[in-house]
Design a protein around this ligand. Structure first.
Ligand code: SF4
Length: 302
């Protein structure tokens, strides 16, 4: 059997998108990817002319592709970009992605700030885990979110762009349902959060499946690191991820449907949940309680 042809031209196909039942060659796949990226930005009014956007750049495929797409979009929609990388201190993993983040920002001429757990708290994530820590993703996630918000603000950004893709959003939605934490669904998109120190987060890859981000990087010749964080396997997210991938395989379009449900729930809940955050009495950052989770974890683990 020969190589399948693109559904739009005579070129060889590199990917079959089962949810639209079409083959795509590199040119038409890139066209589809970039069109969807731009229409997502428009659909959610994510960017306004003149925005200064801090991009959370781990150096993994999602954030690297996000930075590249935003940089290209800035030709038509003028915006300023800066990048922030958090170095948690994870051996045999973060160094490679840090190198990619430095390479990309240098090539695009984008200001790049690197913040490390070691410098901020005196300890790496690895050292906490070696000394009896458990649930690495729980505190890594909270600390990273806090540091990214602070760095974006200090860099004068009014938005923080995150590389969450369709799979991430579908996984998060299901995890919140399975844990019976509907409030987290309402908080996920966050534009309703009001606090002078809170930087609004945007997710332009929201409608893009994870696999397609990797294919796009390949099509564009963006050299990415395919390693996964060594702590990722222990996370509940990995179980949900496997199940969702199986569902997608047997019922194409499942992830888009979960995203659709999330957006409907988010819309319905937003009406009731406009939220003004308090200010943490310890660090002054936005907080749901008297002391934010960032400070609670800093006291417990660092
Ligand atoms: Fe942190 Fe977990 Fe992500 Fe690793 S997988 S970077 S530990 S949140």
């Amino acid at each position: 059997m020969g190589i399948a042809k693109c559904s739009k031209c005579d070129s060889d196909s590199i990917i079959f998108l089962h949810y639209v039942r079409k083959h795509f060659c590199p040119r038409h796949f890139r066209e589809l990817f970039e069109k969807r990226f731009r229409s997502t930005v428009r659909e959610f009014s994510m960017i306004t002319k003149g925005d200064r956007i801090a991009v959370g750049l781990s150096g993994g495929k999602d954030s690297t592709v996000l930075l590249r797409c935003l940089h290209e979009l800035s030709d038509d929609l003028p915006m300023e970009l800066v990048a922030v990388t958090i170095d948690e201190g994870i051996d045999n993993y973060r160094d490679a992605t840090l190198r990619i983040a430095k390479r990309e920002t240098r090539a695009l001429g984008i200001e790049h700030k690197i913040i490390s757990f070691k410098k901020e708290f005196g300890k790496t994530l690895d050292s906490i885990m070696k000394n009896g820590g458990s649930l690495p993703c729980s505190y890594c996630g909270v600390m990273r979110r806090g540091l990214l918000n602070r760095a974006a603000r200090e860099l004068g950004a009014n938005k923080l762009a995150i590389g969450h893709n369709l799979d991430d959003v579908a996984q998060t939605t299901l995890m919140n349902i399975l844990r019976n934490e509907p409030d987290r669904i309402a908080r996920f998109m966050e534009p309703q959060i009001k606090h002078p120190s809170f930087i609004q987060r945007i997710r332009p890859l929201l409608r893009t499946p994870e696999k397609e981000v990797a294919i796009y990087a390949m099509v564009r010749g963006i050299n990415i690191d395919h390693q996964e964080c060594p702590y990722a396997q222990s996370a509940f997210r990995q179980i949900v991820r496997r199940q969702l991938n199986e569902m997608e395989e047997s019922h194409p379009g499942t992830k888009f449907k979960v995203l659709g449900s999330f957006l409907s729930m988010d819309k319905a809940m937003k009406v009731k949940s406009e939220k003004t955050l308090k200010t943490c009495s310890s660090c002054g950052e936005p907080s749901a309680g008297k002391i934010c989770r960032f400070c609670e974890m800093k006291i417990s683990f660092f």
